[in-house]
Design a protein around this ligand. Structure first.
Ligand code: BTN
Length: 245
C-alpha cells in the first residue's frame, strides 16, 4: 500500500541512509525543498539523537524526518518540540499508557519509545526551515540506556511503520494548526500528557545535576524546576530528565 500523505507533501522512501535528518539538511542546503517533505528510511547507518548521541537504527523501527517551512519568529521555534511530541503521542494511541517527557521524548508505561530531534536551518527574522527527526521503537529497543526504553511491540501496541508515519503527519497537521494560534493551547495539552508533573525529578547536564519538583514549562518551553524547598524556580534549557522513585 505504501505511505499516503496529504497532497502538499513530498515523500522520499529509502531502504538505507546515513541519517534522515542529514539527508533533509542536504536537500535544504541544495535548495530542493519546496513544500512539506517527509523522508523515511528502513534503517540508518548514522542515526543521531540529541547531543549528537548515537540513535541505534536497525530495521523494523520508524526513522523519519519531516521538513517544514515555518513562518514564525526564531524565539518560538523551540515550542515546536512540544507540538511534535504531542503529535507522536497521539499517533501512537492508547492515551492512558502514553506520556511525554521534557523536552521531547514519548513514553509508554514510563519507558522511552520515541525521540525527536528538531533542527533549524536558514533562520531569518520570521522564518526558518525546520527538520523534525522522529525515531520510534516499533519492534526493538536498545537495552543499555540511561533512561529505560521499550518498543511498541513489547507493549503490545505494534503498528505498521507506514501507518504510523501517516498517523504522525495527520496528528502533526492538527497540532501545528493549534500552535499557529498560539503556544497556550499546546502548552495546556502537553501538561495534561506529561509524566511526573509536580513530582520529584533530577535534571542531568554534562557537568551538573539538579534535583527538584517539576512545575511545568515556560512560554518558550524551558523546564520549570522548583528547588530549595520552594524558594526558587529554575528555568532549565538543557539536560536530561530522570524520575525519582
Ligand atoms: C533523541 O531522543 O535523542 C532524538 C532521537 C531522534 C532520532 C531520529 S531517527 C530519524 C532522525 N534521523 C536521525 O539521525 N535522528 C532522527
Amino acid at each position: 500500500m505504501g505511505i499516503i500523505l496529504p497532497d502538499a507533501y513530498d515523500l522520499i522512501k529509502l531502504d538505507s541512509v546515513d541519517s534522515t535528518n542529514l539527508l533533509a539538511q542536504k536537500y535544504i542546503e541544495e535548495g530542493r525543498v519546496e513544500g512539506p517533505l517527509v523522508i523515511v528510511a528502513d534503517e540508518q547507518t548514522h542515526g543521531r539523537g540529541r547531543y549528537d548521541r548515537q540513535w541505534v537504527s536497525t530495521k523494523g523501527n520508524l526513522y523519519c524526518s519531516i521538513v517544514l517551512k515555518v513562518n514564525r519568529p526564531i524565539v518560538q521555534l523551540s515550542q515546536l518540540s512540544f507540538v511534535v511530541a504531542l503529535a507522536v503521542a497521539e499517533a501512537i494511541g492508547e492515551e492512558q499508557k502514553v506520556s511525554v517527557k521534557w523536552p521531547n521524548d514519548i513514553l509508554v508505561d514510563g519507558k522511552k519509545v520515541a525521540g525527536i530531534l528538531v533542527q533549524s536551518f536558514n533562520i531569518a527574522k520570521n522564518r526558518a526551515d525546520i527538520v523534525i527527526g522522529i525515531g520510534c521503537n516499533i519492534i526493538s529497543y536498545p537495552e543499555k540506556t540511561d533512561f529505560p526504553a521499550t518498543s511498541l511491540k513489547k507493549e503490545k501496541m505494534a503498528v505498521s511503520r507506514d501507518a504510523l508515519v501517516e498517523k504522525i503527519v495527520t496528528a502533526l497537521e492538527k497540532h501545528y494548526s493549534i500552535w499557529l494560534s498560539g503556544f497556550v493551547g499546546i502548552k495546556q495539552l502537553w501538561l495534561t500528557k506529561c509524566a511526573h508533573l509536580d513530582k520529584e525529578i533530577v535534571v542531568k547536564g554534562k557537568n551538573y545535576q539538579q534535583k527538584g519538583i517539576f512545575r511545568g514549562i515556560s512560554e518558550i518551553g524551558e523546564l520549570l524546576l522548583e528547588c530549595d524547598d520552594g524558594n526558587k524556580i529554575e528555568n532549565i534549557t538543557i539536560g536530561d530528565v530522570f524520575f525519582e522513585d
